[in-house]
Ligand binder design. Structure first.
Ligand code: PEP
Ligand code: MG
Length: 550
């Protein structure tokens, strides 16, 4: 038995074999094939394996992602039958004598470029699909294991996971994740919490090769990975898991209850999500709405942008699933640790202080316009609001409002339906926004405080740097002061204010946040019922609190 200690990033205990997460290198080098017929047979075998995977994904995807999104796998399946694409690969292998990997990666690149250069937005979006399909065939060719090909449940280990990798994990297979590096405040950790996957980050070393494949336990509370546990330890963790399940069962009494403090103050209790599948978790955990839909989940891990239709389908999927509960969609927040290949942003010296979020969107207005149109269209299906991240100045809000008005006019011209009163809110996550919240409030319909970024910017402590864990303190008086100031200014102008950073999910902070005047808390789905209990146990000191306006 070996115990690796790290930091618990998502509570919960998982039992499964330990597996190393492998990334296929998709840039295949040219090489001559020794036997062109055998090489071609290898390609056909890989194509059949990829087709079988896609059939299975289309089947499973209907439950996990909904009918419309699962259809994508069927489209990919059809691409595997496309004669032009197949002919290009065959010609390279049979006539030019190249290896199958190179032929697939070259054909993938060529066809993806071809689609990207087309005028039609829908066809442009297919460019990413061709790449995805080619990657899948390549993976089958090189025989590497990926999480979606896991034969059964696993605890995945990697030096670190990118946010886009984490966002794609299937919690039914990926029972736990462990990283050698990584910080608690990274988006990888946040996505794991959103999906409820027990996680440990920063164990500082990689298990020995022979430890992969052995039974293992992830303890996401204490921050431990136990490989090949002794019978006593195994027993102890089984009891722990049972206690957690009993605790979860006790929380059931809070399901369906209105969220109120002990002295009767109503609080909005919403969930943070990154995609359509998380909306299901939000509902299962009885969230009253979605307080933060991190839309960048749609943009990560791909090389072309999602078009308006694809975005609309994703937003509409969440709105339909939430069936009348409010959904707040955040506009694209890329940059810093969220690298979006599809935007090809130039590397920066200080990415957290660089071109991220609304700054990228205002530089590339077509990006923002497309997203706003998709969000507006989804607002015809239920109560939707839009929220803009990383605001620091008044002019940014005015500029976004102008784009929103323009998007409305474009949709009107098309005769498309939308909510003409779609509320516009901003995230307060820069010290500047908190300090000028009295002037920002009249321009918007609500504030949502992003304590994850606010903390890093107020305390000059990089949220990604695990060595700064003692400095990165969301409970620091300077952060709390800015939360109180923002809430005060919101209420003076008659708008509501929420917190959607990770601090919102800390039950020991509930009373403080409510006393500072916060009206809404938006948290990972698995934290909803526990937080409703914490709120119900709170008696809020009205002497320090703010007048409730909503
Ligand atoms: C935040 O900064 O608190 C927040 C909710 O946004 P993100 O964590 O996605 O940066
Ligand atoms: Mg943020």
């Amino acid at each position: 038995m070996t115990i690796f200690k790290g930091k618990g990033a998502c509570r919960g205990i998982a039992f499964a074999p330990l597996r190393r997460y492998e990334r296929a290198d998709l840039a295949a080098a040219p090489r001559a094939a020794a036997d062109v017929r055998a090489e071609h047979a290898r390609f056909e075998q890989a194509r059949a394996a990829a087709a079988a995977e896609l059939d299975e994904l289309a089947l499973q995807g209907r439950d996990k992602l909904g009918e419309e999104n699962a259809f994508l796998f069927e489209v990919h399946r059809m691409m595997l039958e496309d004669e032009d694409y197949l002919e290009a690969i065959r010609a390279m292998i049979l006539e030019q004598n190249t290896g199958a990997e190179y032929a697939v990666s070259e054909a993938g690149r060529r066809f993806s470029r071809l689609f990207a250069e087309m005028d039609d937005e829908y066809m442009q979006a297919r460019s990413a699909d061709v790449e995805d399909v080619s990657r899948r065939v390549l993976r089958c060719l090189v025989g590497r294991e990926r999480q979606e090909r896991l034969a059964g449940p696993a605890i995945l280990f990697s030096d670190d996971f990118s946010p886009s990798e984490t966002a794609r994990f299937d919690p039914a297979l990926v029972r736990g994740i462990v990283t050698e590096k990584g910080s608690l405040n990274s988006h990888t950790a946040i996505f794991a919490r959103t999906m409820g996957i027990p996680a440990v980050v920063g164990v500082g070393e990689t298990p020995a090769a022979e430890q992969f494949g052995l039974p293992a336990i992830v303890d996401g509370q204490e921050g431990a990975l136990v490989v090949d546990p002794s019978p006593e330890i195994n027993e102890r963790y089984l009891r722990c898991k049972q206690r957690l399940e009993e605790e979860a069962a006790r929380l059931e009494e809070y399901r369906g209850r209105p969220t109120r403090t002990a002295d009767g103050r109503p609080v909005r209790l919403y969930a943070n999500i990154s995609g359509v599948a998380d909306a299901q978790a939000a509902l299962e955990n009885d969230a009253e709405g979605i307080g933060l839909f991190r839309s960048e989940g749609l943009f990560l891990g791909r090389s072309t942008l999602p078009d308006e239709e694809e975005q609309y389908q994703a937003y509409a999927g969440v709105v339909r699933r939430m069936a009348g509960r409010p959904v707040i969609i955040r506009t694209l927040d890329v940059g810093a640790d969220k690298k979006a290949d599809c935007l090809a942003l130039a590397p920066e010296e200080n990415p957290a202080l660089g071109l991220r979020a609304v700054r990228v969107c205002l530089r590339q207005p077509e990006l923002l316009d497309t997203q706003l149109r998709a969000i507006l269209r989804a607002s015809a299906l239920g109560p939707v609001s839009v929220m803009v991240p990383m605001i620091a100045s008044l002019w940014e809000v005015r500029a976004v409002r102008e784009r929103l008005d323009a998007a409305r006019s474009q949709l009107e011209a098309r005769g498309a339906a939308f909510d003409p009163k779609l509320p516009l809110g901003i995230m307060v996550e820069t010290p500047a926004a908190a300090l000028i919240s009295d002037r920002l409030a009249p321009l918007v319909d609500f504030f949502s405080i992003g304590t994850n970024d606010l903390t890093q910017y107020v305390l000059a402590a990089d949220r990604m740097n695990s060595q700064l864990a003692d400095y990165y303190d969301p409970r620091h008086p300077a952060v709390l002061e800015l939360i109180g100031r923002t809430a005060h200014n919101a209420h003076r102008h008659g708008i509501w204010v929420g917190v959607c950073g990770e601090l919102a999910a800390e039950p020991d902070m509930t009373r403080t946040l409510l006393e500072l005047g916060v009206d809404e808390l938006s948290v990972p789905p698995a934290s909803v019922l526990g937080l409703r209990r914490a709120i119900a146990a709170c008696r809020v000191d009205r002497g320090n609190g703010e007048e409730q306006t909503c």
